[in-house]
Design a protein around this ligand. Sequence first.
Ligand code: BGC
Length: 262
Amino acid sequence: MSDQKRSAKKHTPTAFGIDIGGSGIKGAPVNLETGEFSAGRVRIPTPLPATPDAVARTVAQVIDAFHLPPELRVGVTFPAVILHGVAQSAANVDPSWIGTNVETAVARATGRSVVAVNDADAAGYAETLYGAARNNAGVVIVVTLGTGIGSAIIVDGVLVPNTELGHLEIDGHDAESKAADSAREREGLDWAQWSARLQRYFKTVENLFWPDLIVVGGGVSKHHAMFLPLLDLRTKIVPAELRNAAGIVGAAALASRTTRPD
Ligand code: BGC
């Protein structure tokens, strides 16, 4: 990070997005007209253990790297079910988060009001506004393949939050334990072997939800040419476009549309 603080450009609708991930906490101001960062992204490694206090302090450090107007909306992603700001689950994060109000914890550390959203919801929403699913009417399902499997369902542009389709039970297993990118790495699966698991997964999803479009995100989506052509689905399935910016962009966009009582 440079010593010079980064400033958001003035006069364009802007909000600040922060992506809380397992290895890094990343943030940038987002131009809400274009979905692009209006200043360079800052990343700080996620503290270990990733307890609420330690993470909230790191989020504050990311925000402090910028000159931001006090009223700027701030959105943070978190890899768990988030109901009205409160984390309800902890599939791949420190269990001490369950029951923690993410918005209050981050607000206390930063002095700013904050909107917290599920990480896949943020990524999915960003794809519908600015990425692979823009201008798509109907039911769009965005699935992120990473340590876990995240999902977002967007219907005619409206997000149905906390769908948690990574935890569908398939063949007696929690789906993400077999089909997440972490399962591919852990078990040393080649692309064909992993694709067979993705086929089972996406077939189940399309049979249950009948989406118009499936968008595949997460870090591994940059290798989409290795596995998407191996899938045989009735639904059109495409790679995400915003890649690792999606969480930040979606958090900012959702924060700009969400009001919280003071
Ligand atoms: C969590 C979801 C999260 C997904 C991706 C799952 O294990 O339950 O809330 O969106 O991982 O991080």
